[in-house]
Design a protein around this ligand. Structure first.
Ligand code: FEO
Length: 172
């Protein structure tokens, strides 16, 4: 059984993960609107992954006898000045999510909830990858600058991303 503090914090995180999905889906729509279909594909896959993150918290709460309380999801931005601006926001957003996960870990330690702490370790590791993958695209876009050929190459590479259901320990 999770206590009230963990339950509330995990419900907040379900909301944050679904907002992340919403944000990246909005970015997918933006990229599609400027004919960068590879970028759009990448963001669409990212949006799917965020929903999986939300469902991990959802399933975990249920398994521990907690109550799931879904709250309203904020509307994300819909336009960005450039592909670089969008990916810089994605990178900043992932840094923010890392902070939220770290805060949940702190709460699990304060509450001496070892099961929740173990559950959260998957997310601690995942956030390293989440920040790195967004930052890698930021760096590539900076290298490409205004060079249309560079942007085309990045678009083609990002378009190869496919959604795969996470299979790591806590992901099954
Ligand atoms: Fe759910 Fe992108 O972290």
């Amino acid at each position: 059984m999770v206590n009230q503090k963990i339950q509330d914090a995990f419900n907040e995180q379900i909301n944050a993960e679904i907002y992340s999905s919403y944000l990246y889906l909005s970015m997918a729509a933006y990229f599609a609107s400027i004919n960068l279909e590879g970028f759009a594909t990448w963001m669409r896959v990212q949006a799917q992954e965020e929903l999986i993150h939300a469902m991990k918290f959802f399933d975990y709460l249920k398994e521990r006898g907690g109550v799931v309380n879904l709250k309203a999801i904020d509307g994300p931005p819909t336009r960005w000045d450039s592909p670089l601006a969008a990916f810089q926001e994605a990178y900043r957003h992932e840094q923010k999510v890392t902070g939220l996960i770290n805060n949940l870990v702190d709460i699990s330690i304060q509450e001496r909830d070892h099961a929740s702490n173990a559950f959260l370790q998957w997310f601690v590791t995942e956030q390293v990858e989440e920040e790195a993958s967004a930052d890698a695209v930021v760096q590539n876009l900076k290298l490409a600058g205004d060079h249309g050929g560079g942007l085309f190459m990045i678009d083609r590479e990002l378009g190869t991303r496919v959604f795969t259901y996470p299979t790591t320990a806590a992901g099954a």
